[in-house]
Design a protein around this ligand. Structure first.
Ligand code: HEC
Length: 253
């Protein structure tokens, strides 16, 4: 072992025991102010919002916009220019001003929208299927019948989406906006606790609409027959159907 290797091992051992000593204090109550190892990050000079400032003639720290500045995404100012389109999309995603898309609510702020307010495509449905299978099946089951592995022993009872009330838009439960709301915010029980967990942390607005679209597909397929399938897809479906098992003539040998 060379001299410098021994030196390094000794240094590492010293550091390790120091770290162990420090971590021993974690979680203990302490009334003295915390030690500052790198005080420059804690105590750096800065101006607080709304604070006064002697540097500027108007005495304000927060600076007003330069005259003529176009606020982010104000594409109405320059709507005729094609280059503005991506900024309009960004603005919508950032500011979430559209209540129909981001809250599932009509302009009155209380009525749930009847139909999914974004374009429903095959891609959206597939995304919905994937997200549903990740976040919902444990309780609601792959078929949406409430018989997921966790769902069967859950309290309260996990409802089936094939209850007609979930497809009747004259009932609040049947509105797309209501389903969207439940996915994002969960279901509040009478005692103020969530009976179904909220998924807004994991399921954004776009994905929540995707799940609603898939839920509608689950409902539509529940009582559908092969005749409900468009002619073009019918043959592909028939081909995918597993062959019927015919018992051997004369019964089992
Ligand atoms: C941990 C289990 C669990 C998961 C996961 C779960 N749910 Fe639920 N869900 C429930 C329970 C329990 C209820 C019934 C709540 C009640 O009756 O108060 C419910 C109710 C619902 C309802 C009906 C609400 C009503 O007012 O009748 C909808 C719609 C729903 N869930 C959709 C979903 C969707 C979509 C997902 C996936 C994003 C999901 N749930 C994930 C447990 C779950």
């Amino acid at each position: 072992m060379t001299h410098s290797t021994a030196h390094r091992i000794l240094l590492a051992a010293t550091l390790a025991s120091l770290a162990a000593g420090l971590s021993g204090c974690r979680g203990d109550r302490e009334d003295r102010p915390p030690r500052q190892f790198f005080p420059d990050m804690d105590d750096m000079p800065k101006f607080a919002p709304q604070a006064g400032n002697e540097f500027f003639a108007d005495g304000r720290t927060m600076r007003p916009g330069v005259p003529g500045t176009v606020p982010f995404g104000r594409t109405d100012v320059v709507a005729s220019d094609a280059w503005a389109a991506p900024f309009a999309a960004d603005r919508e995603a950032l500011l979430r001003e559209d209540d129909r898309t981001y809250r599932g609510l009509e302009a009155d702020g209380t009525t749930y929208v009847e139909r999914i307010p974004i374009e429903v495509s095959m891609d959206l449905l597939k995304r919905g299927e994937e997200r549903f299978n990740i976040y919902c099946v444990a309780c609601h089951g792959y078929l949406g019948d409430g018989k997921g592995t966790v769902g069967v022993s859950f309290n309260p009872v996990v409802p089936t989406f094939h209850d007609p009330k979930y497809s009747d838009p004259s009932d609040v439960f049947g509105r797309d906006g209501y389903l969207f709301h439940i996915i994002r915010h969960g279901k509040l029980g009478g005692d103020g606790r969530l009976t179904m967990p909220a998924y807004a942390h994991a399921v954004n607005a776009h994905d929540a609409w995707a799940i609603v679209s898939y839920l509608r597909a689950l409902q539509a397929s529940r009582n559908a027959t092969i005749n409900d399938v468009p002619e073009a897809q019918r043959q592909a479906l028939e081909k995918a159907r597993p062959p019927k098992m015919t018992p051997p003539a004369g019964g089992a040998q």
